[in-house]
Every structure is written in C-alpha cells, then in structure tokens.
Design a binder for this molecule. Structure first.
Ligand code: NAD
Length: 346
C-alpha cells in the first residue's frame, strides 16, 4: 500500500512531536517540516544532522536559516506539492491563514487546538468520533486537556455510559522554557464553563459537562479532577480495568511514587522517552472514588505529547486509510509503541 505522505507546518513544541509521531508510522512518510525562523527546535534539528527535511514558509526567511547554518530544502510550496496531507502546528491563529494555501494545493489538513473550531469541517478525537473525520478535508484536534479528558470520559462512556461530567482543571501556565508568561506565584481562576467542557459537549453531545480552570505556575503537565455520572452501575475495579485496558491511558499509584505531574515527566525520562514525552494520560488510582453513579478521579495530561496519537488518527480518518475506528486507533497505537507498552504494564 502506498504510504501517506505527510508535511508538518510549524516545528515548535507540538510540531516536533507530530513529526516524530508521523515518522514512526509504518504506513506514513514524513516528507518534511516547515518553519519561519531559526528557532531552538530547528537549530536542534540541524545539530541532529537533519533527520527531517526543513522548508521555509517564504523564500525571504531562508537567509536567517543560512546565517544559522541550518540546511533548508526548499519553500513550503515545494513541500506541499509533494504530500497528501498537512499537519498544521503553527502558533494559534496562523493555521486559519495557512488554510487558503493548503486549499490552493488541494490538500487535506489537520489543525491543532489553538485554532478556532470553524477552521475545520470536523472537531476530531480519534477514539470518540473517528467516523466523523472519515474522508473530510479539514480536521481540528481538541486541545491537550480536552484530548486527555475525552479519552477518559469516552472510555467510561463505552463501557457504562456517561450522562454528565464536572471537571476541575489545574493548568500548567506555560511549556518548559517559556518565559513569556512571567515568573509568577499565583493560582488564577477562569469563569465557568471552561472551553474543555464546552469542547467535550461538541465532540460527545450526549454528555452534559461543565468545568472550572485554575492556571498554576508549573510547566510539566496539567491535572484534571473529573466527576462523571455514569448511566450504568460499575464497581471501582470495573472502572480501573477499563482504564488499564486503554492503550492511551496509564493507571498509576501514588503508593508507587506517582504523586505529581513531575513524577510522570521524570518517569518518562527514565523510560528513555525522547524529550521526556508521554503520549498516555495517567489516572492516579488512589484518587478514584465512587459514590452511587458518580465516579471521581484525577488525571495527568502531558500537554506537549498527548495530542500526537489523536492527530495521527486524524490522518487515517481524512485519508480513509482505515474505515473502522478501532482498526485506526489500533494502527496508530501499534506504530507509536503504545500497545506493546500497555501489554508490558499488565
Ligand atoms: N504547547 C502545548 O502544550 C499544546 C498542546 C496542545 C495543542 N497545542 C496547540 O498546538 C499549536 C501549536 O502550539 P505550540 O505550543 O507547538 O506552539 P510553538 O510556538 O511552540 O510552535 C509554533 C511554531 O510555528 C512556527 N510558525 C509560526 N508561523 C508559521 C508559519 N506561518 N509557517 C510555519 N511555521 C510557523 C513558529 O516559528 C513555531 O516554531 C497551537 O494551536 C496550540 O494551541 C499546544
């Protein structure tokens, strides 16, 4: 079968990880990445010997890369003429502007959470609404928190039905290395409902949701406290078994030392994961409590890598490489090593 040819536009926090994720897929080929300036990520790419070909968005940007001695393979139109689909991971709002360029090349595109929903035909999640993405031209991924939240709620929904969820999100203020938000000592609250709750209802319209967002001055991961009202009765063990069986959900124990966002980041580094990335969300086992049909649990969202699997699912849906949701997510999981890792944990 012909490999799906992929371009990643915007080689920043998310773009670097999408490029790595796409390159790992046996049925896809990462043809190149695009950026506009010699950022640290593109400098690191050059120092690593250019494992991916780098293109500039516009010819006039080439000079700065030449000065930084970062090899440039061409301009974005050269790359777009040679691919089947674009993964746009540019800074929020740029994707909408780029959409016209993708359309002119008759290319499908997948946008990230920072874009407005109307950039795409479908607001997409690989597990929760794969079928809606089938054959569509423009998909938009949920944000990092929403991706992880929906993974957990969809997992419960498929085994027990979920009627309602209420969440509290403790949100990391910036990515590691970012200083543009300042060095602060504050927990700032937003008005309800948070966009993640509204987005969850867009993807899973049968679930009523609301949520509170608290910004905190950390950079490694968000924590979401979820209270979900189940349709069917489930025991605590049933719920833990459902989460444990999900290749993109890791059940961890506080008793084993997994007591924080940073313990998971450190563990990912100990596993030898590039950059300390974790594709899986983690459910803290000892936070899971059941009261009648209400279940409460806390999850860790590794914000930099969590959207990679569902974005790859988006490629499969848009290009119809798999018609079946579970075959599609299964292929992504297999190539990312998620299935093997889940089996090793059992
Ligand atoms: N950082 C996270 O934790 C996170 C998590 C999930 C989703 N997202 C979303 O992913 C998207 C990207 O966010 P990020 O954190 O990776 O941003 P980032 O700033 O780290 O990276 C964006 C990259 O795009 C490049 N760029 C800007 N304009 C461009 C253009 N016209 N053409 C090509 N490249 C261009 C920038 O130089 C930069 O390297 C946003 O929609 C964001 O909301 C971010």
């Amino acid at each position: 079968m012909k490999k799906a040819r992929i371009a990643v536009v915007g080689y920043g926090t998310i773009g670097q990880r999408l490029a790595d994720g796409a390159a790992l897929q046996g049925d896809m080929e990462l043809v190149g990445v695009v950026d506009v300036a010699p950022t640290l990520a593109t400098r690191a790419l050059a120092e690593r010997g250019m494992p991916y070909r780098l293109f500039v968005a516009q010819e006039e940007q080439r000079k700065a890369f030449d000065e930084a001695r970062i090899p440039v393979a061409g301009t974005m139109p050269d790359l777009l003429g040679d691919v089947d689909i674009v993964l746009d991971a540019t800074s929020a709002g740029i994707g909408l502007k780029n959409k016209d360029i993708y359309a002119a090349h008759r290319l499908k595109a997948i946008f990230q959470g920072g874009e407005k929903n109307d950039v795409a035909d479908v607001f997409f999640h690989g597990y929760a609404n794969y079928e809606k993405g089938l054959g569509r031209d423009y998909l938009k991924l949920t944000s990092c928190n929403t991706t992880g939240l929906i993974r957990a709620v969809d997992c419960l929904d498929r085994v027990a039905g979920v009627e309602r969820v209420m969440v509290t999100i403790v949100r990391r203020v910036a990515d590691p290395g970012d200083v543009h938000r300042g060095l602060v000592d504050v927990a700032q609250v937003d008005k309800v409902p948070s966009h993640q709750a509204v987005d969850l209802m867009t993807i899973m319209p049968h679930v009523e949701a609301t949520g509170l967002l608290v910004h905190v001055p950390t950079t490694h991961g968000h924590i979401i406290n979820v209270i979900a009202t189940l349709t069917d009765h489930m025991t605590r063990d049933d719920i833990l078994a459902a989460f444990s069986a999900h290749p993109r959900i890791r059940v961890v124990r506080i008793a084993d030392g997994f007591s924080s966002n940073t313990s998971l980041f450190k563990y990912a580094r100990d596993l030898g994961r590039p950059r300390g990335d974790m594709y899986e969300i983690a459910v803290f086992e000892e936070t899971l409590a059941l009261s009648r049909r209400e279940v409460m649990f806390a999850i860790n969202i590794p914000q930099e890598a969590v959207v990679v699997p569902e974005t790859i699912d988006g490629v499969r849906a848009a290009l119809r490489t798999q018609e079946d949701r579970l075959e599609a997510v299964g292929a992504t999981n297999r190539y990312l090593g998620l299935r093997a890792q889940a089996e090793a944990r059992r």
